[in-house]
Design a protein around this ligand. Structure first.
Ligand code: DON
Length: 561
């Protein structure tokens, strides 16, 4: 009888654990890393345990992601870091790729017509990578452990290999056909063209050697010498533009983060060349004028208002934003001002969707792969870092002999002069390709503070949807009182001005809500999933760190101690 009782207790406990595990975050006292890959997060937490700073952990996690999550983790791409020290001023690092010296605004046209392959799927689509230089710059300023200590776990994973998870094996099997034109890519990610099975070990010896050069020489191990020679050889032999001179000339930027407020919370986010911080703060400013908490999560009212805020911010993004070095008079201060938000709010009709027009940016107009990681250390210093190759596995081109994938980030430049249309192609001036220019990004690494204390680290993958996903995570925590896991789990939607459609996760909004939105004139489209967000929240009552790990991707990437 006693035994039966014990079993009942066990079964009830297991059921409770199952129920709660879908909404309870991972909690930790000292430090935490949330990334999209469990092995990489563990590498980061080991660095924290060894006395490393949040930046040390972010750097080590990022190098590990280049090995175990090559769909987006990279040394051949670029990204951004927003760092908020527990004391002192926050700082941002911009290691976005740059256009090579031979780039032109019309380089994606063939016979005067837009050519998507030139833009997204060729050697021309590769930008000068920034990741290695950016990680090194951030480490020099805020790191404590030796640089080699941070690269070594990635070298070991590349040299010795690691067993493939089910989701990584199927991701590689899916991408393999698009790598066929690149023998070094097929060699690296398959068994002579035969996909790996889950559980088999993937070793990447060429990548281990490249990482070894980076460990020993710092950025010179990538931007000069053997690695640079191998990149140039691959580029110039295949119609690409990047030369050793482009690589040597690459410099990351230290920038001042954008700052805004939302209902007494401080928002710290990425300035241009990301559009993320600007659009995020603009949307939050617009939404601050509405009582989202009283309306309730998922209500038609909130969805309508949020969509209208998104529509306006994405139109301004297309109209105004690009590389600040090439667009010295971008009206950022105005775009993130409360006054401008009030004027936008006044153009939102409560009962009717606005209409997006490719030929007018005035209001009211009458008419997948990146990866984010969040880190908090024992001193409550926080890092939000998003980096990318652009598409999943970037250009799909592995540099022969160097073992890493090149980005296709040039696809984030606008298509060509004047090419804005209703399908979402954008041809506005600020973000046309030019020599040495950085392409506009949507990556939105963001930190939220309250009363001077860290509250939340957030960021996401998902191209232009990133800014909307980050917005949702903040609204879910601030307005709807969700914990970190609930804020990540909750269904999402986005609107990006053009196409003029609300994309909402299937099973996210009720049929009643959708019917009301439709009656207001919104075009609706169900999608499978919107991005992947990695969130850490400092919980008010316990002071503990709570990690929200996104199960839309493989999940399992929250680790703490
Ligand atoms: O920088 C950007 O905004 C894009 N290149 C990010 C790409 C991305 O998120 C693809 N993801 N799923």
């Amino acid at each position: 009888m006693k035994r039966v009782g014990a079993w009942v207790v066990l079964i009830v406990a297991a059921a409770a654990a199952t129920v709660f595990s879908s909404s309870e975050p991972l909690r930790a006292t000292h430090g935490m890393v949330v990334s999209q890959e469990a092995i990489a997060s563990k590498v980061g937490v080991d660095v924290l345990k060894a006395g490393g700073t949040a930046i040390d952990a972010a750097v080590a996690t990022a190098f590990a992601l280049a090995v175990v999550y090559p769909t987006a983790g990279n040394i051949g791409g670029g990204g951004f870091i927003v760092f908020r020290p527990a004391t002192g001023d926050p700082v941002a690092y911009d290691f976005r790729e740059k256009a090579p010296a031979a780039a032109t605004p019309t380089m994606f046209l063939r016979d005067g017509k837009y050519d998507a392959v030139r833009h997204h799927g060729s050697h021309l689509a590769v930008g000068v990578p920034g990741t290695v230089a950016g990680l090194h710059l951030a480490w020099k300023a805020h790191g404590k452990l030796p640089w080699t200590r941070l690269v070594e776990p990635a070298i070991a994973l590349a040299r010795g290999g690691f067993p493939l998870t089910e989701s990584f094996a199927s991701s590689l099997a899916r991408v393999l056909p698009s790598m066929k034109a690149y023998p070094a890519s097929v060699a690296q990610y398959s068994k002579n063209g035969v996909p790996y099975e889950p559980g088999e070990v993937l070793a990447q010896p060429d990548l281990a050697r490249t990482l070894g050069r980076i460990a020993a020489q710092g950025p010179a191990g990538f931007y000069e010498g053997e690695t640079a020679r191998l990149i140039e050889q691959e580029m110039l032999g295949n119609g690409g533009l990047i030369t050793r001179a482009d690589l040597k000339a690459y410099v990351p930027e230290r920038r001042t983060p954008l700052r805004g407020t939302y209902r007494d919370h401080e928002i710290i986010s990425m300035p241009p060349v990301s559009s993320g911080g600007t659009a995020l703060i603009q949307m939050l400013n617009v939404l601050e004028g509405f009582d989202l908490a009283a309306n309730g999560w998922g209500s038609a009212e909130n969805t309508h208002l949020t969509v209208e805020a998104m529509r306006r911010a994405y139109a301004d993004r297309a109209r105004h934003l690009g590389d600040p070095a090439f667009n010295p008079s971008m009206p950022i201060a105005r775009l993130i001002s409360k006054e401008y938000a009030a004027s936008l709010r006044a153009t939102i009709r409560p009962d009717r969707a606005s209409v997006s027009s490719p030929t007018s940016f005035e209001w009211p107009p009458e008419s997948d792969q990146t990866t984010h990681l969040s880190v908090v250390d024992a001193g409550r210093n926080a890092v939000a870092m998003t980096f990318t190759l652009e598409a999943g596995y970037g250009s799909k081109i592995v540099v022969p002999g160097a073992g890493f994938l090149l980005n296709n980030e040039m696809g984030d430049f606008n298509a060509g002069p004047g090419l804005t249309d209703a399908t979402g192609l954008i041809g506005t001036e600020p973000n046309l390709a030019a020599p040495g220019k950085r392409m506009l990004s949507s990556m939105t690494p963001t930190i939220v503070a309250r009363n001077g204390e860290l509250l939340m680290v957030t960021g996401a993958e998902g191209g232009r949807t990133i800014i909307s996903t980050v917005l949702h995570t903040i609204l879910n925590v601030v307005d709807h009182g969700m914990n970190a896991q609930e804020a990540v789990d909750a269904a999402r939607f986005y609107h990006q001005w053009l196409p003029d459609t609300v994309n909402h996760e299937r099973h996210g909004l009720s049929p009643d809500t959708l019917a009301i939105l439709k009656a207001r004139g919104h075009a609706l489209k169900a999608i499978e999933r919107q991005g992947s967000a990695e969130v850490i929240v400092v919980e008010a009552r316990s002071g503990k760190l709570a990690g929200g790990d996104d199960r839309r991707s493989a999940g399992g990437g929250a680790a703490g101690y």
